[in-house]
Ligand binder design. Structure first.
Ligand SMILES: Cc1cc2nc3c(=O)[nH]c(=O)nc-3n(C[C@H](O)[C@H](O)[C@H](O)COP(=O)(O)OP(=O)(O)OC[C@H]3O[C@@H](n4cnc5c(N)ncnc54)[C@H](O)[C@@H]3O)c2cc1C
Length: 473
């Protein structure tokens, strides 16, 4: 039951006083609609906010939060809206706080190897800026060109390089955050160690806007890695491909930066969408893309020769090597644009995001194949195989109406998510729970959800911050 108050005229007047007339959207349906959904599927999962506010600093956010707390109006934080779990969808209306104007990189501290960023910086802008100083932010997701660093922290985003570098939380040294009380608190900072009490940075990363609003992010930097080489490896069966994930990880002699999986259906759709043809695409059932980093061409050559030989001896049809930018872009294009490629042919496609221990990838792939056959639904799959994170994307059968498809596709994705958890994995590897995966989270982690609820009450006793996300009210 909705226990919140509606946004009234005097509330909006106060918002305008705090941030200025032009930073508030109210009673403009078309403008509000842009803040009603994310990339999880606006067709199904959208809800109009009553008002959108675009603050510029922590002080303004603190005032907005106090105002909303007093008025019992729910707040939904929004980064770039590239989320795939509905986290930024204002399901109870209320205020959307958009971080789009907090888009400054405040500092690149080369001595401490830390960047301090506002939350609304597009992650790729941060990557480019630090690269100018030969530094590297290794935590970025595949949506690096669209998502914000604040959204990445709030979802604890992953990506293709987790096997070598870890996901977002491993690169975040601290955050400044406004709490639902309006208090601004810094957790962590430029230091790399901190054993003084609970690790709040780890708790807040992945909290999906339910505990605090990030206003500054302290990002760990490392020296820019050397050269890279990419291998495109076709296999005649998906079984062969997934069995070779372990080979790719172990046999090059160094840890790869990425081992990505993409199946035939995904490749076929991707070829059409990107207007490219991958070698062996008529006969290969699946591909791995393996990336290595090394200091010199000679070192890289040794690595890819070792890895290539091992992959061929374990059943690879061939190994295509890309050691320059142009060829590498060709190899990655279909994988990078995987979701867009499928959406071009099916606008109703939802994206699953399960994770399993890498040894269980064959079992989850088998499960998806059987489910696809039984349900009569095509389910292309791609994913970050090196860390066991797979994205099944069920496609709407042409003759099924969109309303029925919503329920059917959710049922399919829930079954896959529950199987992943049964195999020792989890119902989300990197996209988060939002409101779309609450059911399966509750089913697979009941004790943990109960603790999450208790923590939520400590941070947000009035329950105004992103209500209905992660778990029901
Ligand atoms: C084509 C495509 C590829 C993708 N690839 C990946 C991938 O490789 N890895 C991956 O992990 N994800 C991926 N995603 C999903 C998405 O990009 C990530 O979840 C991303 O981290 C979301 O960032 P955002 O800025 O868009 O956040 P939003 O979608 O705007 O918000 C996400 C969540 O964060 C909260 N939030 C946002 N900003 C703040 C803040 N400042 N303070 C507190 N809470 C906040 C919101 O309330 C919401 O719960 C992909 C999405 C697309 C469309």
């Amino acid at each position: 039951m909705n226990e919140f108050e509606k946004v009234g005229v005097s509330f909006v007047k106060d918002l305008r006083r705090i941030v200025g007339e032009r930073a508030v959207i109210y009673e403009d349906r078309e403008a509000l609609e842009a803040y009603s959904s994310d990339e999880s599927g606006g067709v199904y999962y959208s809800h109009l906010p009553e008002v959108v506010v675009k603050p510029e600093n922590a002080k303004q956010i603190s005032e907005i939060v106090k105002l909303a707390g007093d008025a019992r109006v729910p707040i939904t934080p929004r980064g770039a809206g590239s989320g795939l779990a509905g986290g930024a969808v204002p399901i109870y209306g209320g205020v959307v706080i958009s971080f789009e104007r907090m888009n400054k990189i405040l500092e690149i501290d080369e001595e401490n190897l830390v960047a301090v960023s506002e939350p609304g910086v597009v992650t790729n802008d941060l990557c480019k800026k630090v690269a100018e100083r030969n530094l590297y932010y290794a935590g970025y997701p595949m949506s690096v060109e669209t998502s914000f660093i604040g959204g990445n922290v709030a979802t604890n985003a992953g990506g293709s390089k987790v096997i070598k570098y870890g996901n977002t939380v491993h690169h975040i040294l601290g955050v400044e955050a406004v709490l639902p009380s309006g208090e601004t608190v810094r957790f962590g900072g430029k230091r790399r160690k901190d054993s003084s009490g609970y690790d709040f940075v780890r708790l807040l990363a992945g909290s999906e806007g339910t505990l605090a609003l990030f206003t500054k992010i302290f990002v760990n930097l490392i020296p820019l890695p050397g050269k890279t080489v990419d291998l495109l490896v076709p296999f005649k069966s998906t079984e062969d491909a997934v069995r070779n994930v372990a080979v790719a990880i172990k046999e090059g002699g160094v840890l790869p930066t990425a081992v990505e999986f993409i199946d035939k259906l995904s490749v076929k759709l991707g070829e059409k969408y990107n207007n490219v043809v991958l070698p062996f695409s008529d006969t290969a059932e699946a591909y791995l893309i393996v990336q290595f980093e090394g200091k010199s061409r000679e070192e890289l050559e040794k690595i890819y020769v070792n890895a290539g030989k091992a992959l061929i001896s374990h059943g690879a049809m061939n190994v295509f090597v890309a050691d320059n930018r142009t060829n590498s872009d060709k190899i990655w294009k279909v994988r990078r644009n995987w979701l867009e490629g499928i959406k071009a042919f099916d606008p109703y496609v939802p994206t699953g995001d399960v994770v399993v221990p890498t040894s269980e990838i064959p079992k989850i792939i088998d499960f998806i194949k059987i489910l696809s056959k039984e349900s009569g639904v095509k389910i292309p799959v791609a994913g970050h195989a090196a860390d066991g994170n797979l994205h099944p994307a069920p496609m709407k059968p042409e003759d099924m109406n969109p309303a029925a498809w919503k329920d059917y596709s959710e049922e399919i994705l829930d079954k896959i998510a529950l199987k992943a958890a049964e195999l020792g994995g989890a119902v989300s590897g990197e996209h988060g729970i939002g409101f779309i995966k609450k059911r399966v989270l509750a089913e697979t982690k009941p004790a943990q959800v109960s603790i999450m609820r208790s923590l939520k009450r400590v941070f947000d006793p009035n329950g105004i911050l992103n209500p209905g996300k992660l778990f029901d009210l």
